[in-house]
Design a binder for this molecule. Sequence first.
Ligand SMILES: C[S@@+](CC[C@H](N)C(=O)[O-])C[C@H]1O[C@@H](n2cnc3c(N)ncnc32)[C@H](O)[C@@H]1O
Length: 328
Amino acid sequence: MAKGKNKSKEGGSTRTNHSRGSNGHHSKQNHKSAEFKHSQTHATDRFPTKLAMWDFDHCDPKRCSGKKLERLGLITSLRVGQKFQGIVVSPNGKGVVCPDDLKIVEEFGASVVECSWARLDEVPFNKIGGKHERLLPYLVAANQVNYGRPWRLNCVEALAACFAIVGRMDWASQLLENFSWGLSFLEINAELLAIYQKCTDAESVKKAEEEWLEKIEQETQERKNQSKDTDLWMMGNVNRMNKLNIDSGDSEEEEEEEESEEEEEVCYDALGNAIEDKDIKYDSLGNIIEEKEVKYDSLGNIIEEEDIDEDEEEEVTVQYDSLDNRIE
Ligand SMILES: C[S@@+](CC[C@H](N)C(=O)[O-])C[C@H]1O[C@@H](n2cnc3c(N)ncnc32)[C@H](O)[C@@H]1O
């Protein structure tokens, strides 16, 4: 990753409208004159605490919340090699943001890493960050790109989540108000944020997160059971129904269709939305965990399955005769 070249700060006479991201690339978005007007004022004049980001220009500037905060003159860009004194909300964090972080947030602010979730391996985490790098506990995104997805928040949501957890709901709202969908982030996570706010250190937030996850898993299970019961109830007496089908002369095909519908399980995500096919499980960064099917031998021992690389093609030697016909 190329080192960023003094990306201009938000304010003062040093700023040009050809600013660069942390990776040193020009950012088209900064050519807009309206945005330049905003940037004439220093970011910290526009927000009660310092907001900063390392911007790797991975994302579509039109959809990027970090870029929007920059256009609004609310956030300062940091260069690769530059560290941040406040809370660094980052996928590279070890502990989670907790109410005990309030002082650091109020005194030094909060920062994020503006990059693509799909390109985290390109981010030189050893050259950015700071002393207070933090993950966020389980929260659900409300932004249009990842709506309903746990853990994968965008930059403005991540900053707002940090403020909300340390008890600065005023700052969280102030930041999110700049986005049409913004305040819904606080609404859909209200119950959980209130729980985190009552915690103290990172450990207590982790514990609250675990309890929440257990609770939603239990609720999901209950909903599944309930939906099965409802299906049955809607169908009435299944035995009688089969008899009626025979009497009404329903074709075998139709019967099969009905049976397969009956077998279909309805699963829900953490927000109660129906998920097709299977439960989706996420790791702490919102990556989908693929569940492997466990197979047993006749003695009940687990059969370890070798990981099969689907891209790997079998090598076949093809031979041709003197007329160039393929010999099978
Ligand atoms: C990967 S970027 C994606 C940004 C997106 N393109 C946007 O429009 O804002 C989101 C950033 O928010 C912060 N973030 C979001 N969710 C997080 C979580 N669960 N833990 C730690 N940091 C998180 C990190 O700084 C992360 O790099």
